[in-house]
Design a protein around this ligand. Structure first.
Ligand code: MG
Ligand code: ZN
Length: 192
């Protein structure tokens, strides 16, 4: 199983609308993220981070600064007993590429690097409709991490677009606790 984890709003706190995490000083892990990552990694799932970062295209940060943030993020996750196997980011402006979510370029690239990835046995974890839409296009399961009132609005939009949301949780830790039962169910479905 592969977990495709969005970054902002999932692993770390999102900056206010229109702003970006431009340096490590602005990177703040969300409650439950590190422990959740640790539990998920311990379950043997492959852990891949897929993130839209158009602050690069807008000149708000350099690609080097972004890579520095990811290097440090991976270090802290590892120190906390977790694991992120790879990070894929889209530095482009909307409409300029095939990789900005909800497009699927980042996921396809991950599968080139890890050929045993099966999208039907993968879960996209995110906090926006574009994450849920990417999951839907790929045939992956989807998990929405958001506060209840925001989640309700996103689920309503998703339903209107025929997009499925499989899980609604408030943190990665909460999701980590639900995953074993889900994996048991899907493996049973595969057997029948
Ligand atoms: Mg996000
Ligand atoms: Zn892109």
């Amino acid at each position: 199983m592969t977990l495709f984890l969005d970054r902002d709003g999932i692993i770390n706190r999102k900056r206010p609308e229109g702003d970006y995490v431009k340096s490590w000083e602005e990177f703040e892990f969300l409650p439950g993220a590190l422990l959740g990552l640790r539990r998920m990694a311990a379950s043997g799932a492959r852990m891949i981070c897929v993130t839209n970062q158009r602050g690069v295209a807008r000149g708000r940060m350099t690609e080097d600064a972004l890579m520095d943030i990811h290097r440090r993020m991976l270090g802290v996750v590892q120190e906390a007993g977790g694991r992120i196997d790879a990070v894929y980011y889209c530095p482009h402006e909307a409409g300029q590429c095939d990789c900005r979510k909800p497009l699927t370029g980042l996921f396809q690239r991950a599968r080139m690097d890890f050929p045993d990835i099966v999208f039907a046995d993968s879960l996209v974890v995110g906090d926006t409709i574009s994450d849920m839409a990417a999951a839907s296009r790929l045939g992956c399961g989807s998990a929405l991490v958001a506060m209840p009132e925001i989640a309700a609005a996103i689920c309503e939009t998703a339903a209107g677009q025929g997009i499925r949301v499989d899980f609604r949780v408030q943190s990665l830790l909460e999701l980590a606790e639900l995953l074993p039962a889900w994996r048991f169910r899907t493996s049973k479905q595969e057997r029948t």
